[in-house]
Every structure is written in C-alpha cells, then in structure tokens.
Design a protein around this ligand. Sequence first.
Ligand code: ADP
Ligand code: MG
Ligand code: MG
Length: 252
Amino acid sequence: MSTLEIRDLQVSVKLPDGELKPILAGVDLTIKSGETHAIMGPNGSGKSTLAYSIAGHPKYEITGGSVTLDGQDVLALTVDERARAGLFLAMQYPVEVPGVSVANFLRTAKTAIDGEAPKLRTWAGELRGAMEKLQMDPAFAQRNVNEGFSGGEKKRHEIMQLELLKPKMAILDETDSGLDIDALRVVSEGVNRVRETGETGFLLITHYTRILRYIKPDFVHVFVGGKIVEEGGSELADELEVSGYEKFLAKA
Ligand code: ADP
Ligand code: MG
Ligand code: MG
C-alpha cells in the first residue's frame, strides 16, 4: 500500500526573462494505491504544471508545499530517482531516443526500477503479452523510442510501460487527447488492467470527460485557477459533461 501526498503545493513557471509566474496556488491531494483520481479543468488552469512539477521538470519552480511518496520527499529526488521510487509520469519520456529500441528501453527502465535485470526467459514473454493486449505489431518492439511514432503509438507505448514497470503511482496527462475511439478503448482497457491489480494509484488529468466513460474514477477534482475548487465522486464528471466548467470559474 502506497500513498502520494501533495500538500499546499505552490509552483511558478520560469519565464525566459527569468521572472517567475505563479501557477499552482496551493494544491492538496492524497492518492492511495488502488485509487483512481481524475483532475478535470479548463485549458490553462495548471493541470500540466501539476504533472510536470511532480515529474521534476526544471522549468517549474516549487515555491511552497510538499510532495511525498510513502513519507519520502519526492521534490528532493532527481527525475531518475522519482521513477525508481515508483512514480510513473506519462510525459516523462516524450522525446525520441535515437538508436534505442522499445525493447531495450523497457528492459533498461525495468532494471533501473527493480534494481536487477528481469529474467530473460520470462521477460520476452511479458513484453510479447503486453504488446498483444494492446493490439500492437510485434515489430514495434524493434523500433526506436518515439521515432516517427503516431499519436496512438505513443500512447500505447506509455501504457506498455505502465503494464511492464508496475509503478506505485501513475500520472497520465491528457492521455485521451488525439486518440481515435478504437485507440482510446485499447488504452483505457490497459489502464483498467493495471488498475485491477490494486497496486497502482492513478492520477488522470483531462480536459474532456470522454476517457472517464471508459475509466470510472473513484474521485473527481475540479481544477480551476491553479487549485482544486470542488471534489466528488464520478458523478461530478457527469455533471461537468452536462454543464461545463462555468459554474466553477467563480470559485478560483
Ligand atoms: P493546463 O494543462 O491546465 O492547460 P498548464 O499547466 O499547461 O495548464 O498552464 C497553466 C498556465 O501556465 C497557463 O496560463 C500557461 O499559459 C502558463 N504557462 C505554462 N507554461 C508556461 C511557460 N513556459 N511560459 C509561460 N507561461 C506558461
Ligand atoms: Mg493545456
Ligand atoms: Mg495540460
């Protein structure tokens, strides 16, 4: 059982001229393994800033508050250490990795996180199984990471990482954006499979309610103006689908 605790998190973005622009205005959120939390909010409300701050992106400066995973100070860790501590951030490896195949990348990541290389015999099967479940061509494993990946392939690759790396906490930022309906279903099923193990906590960040039809969150947090302004169960997402964010804007 793991707990990610975000307490009064305040974050500014570093502008090119060196100035700090405040974005997160005190975020409080607790996520336990097995729970799925959705953060929903309008464009520009700071949802990605929250994800990037937990990921350790250098563009964002933490000006107050704390983030801990099972009591460990996440904000004091390097990006690599955060991954090894069990945090999975879907935007963490968005770049092309020239000359590194998907298969090698996943094996290296798995080795780094577990502290030992996965057994060759069982690993090949696990990799094949994960790809089959995501309806991916086995040849995909030999392609270079993110090189010429379509939007759908990028997302499938993310979910593959999720299934194979078995993180304690997974943060998925706009995983639904740019997916056609078939890809959305395959990706959602992947998330739900990992969810069923009960060993991973999820933070699903989204602008639209679409993905929440496939992945029913246990908790929904409405995010406006850099903070959470309303919390509820999955019925809150249904309400947003009907009436939008308007009534929450005044609370920011
Ligand atoms: P969301 O993911 O909810 O759409 P973001 O976290 O991407 O919101 O952005 C929140 C706010 O921070 C926006 O007003 C955005 O313009 C601003 N912002 C984010 N990154 C930068 C940046 N590098 N330079 C200037 N403003 C930024
Ligand atoms: Mg945005
Ligand atoms: Mg965003």
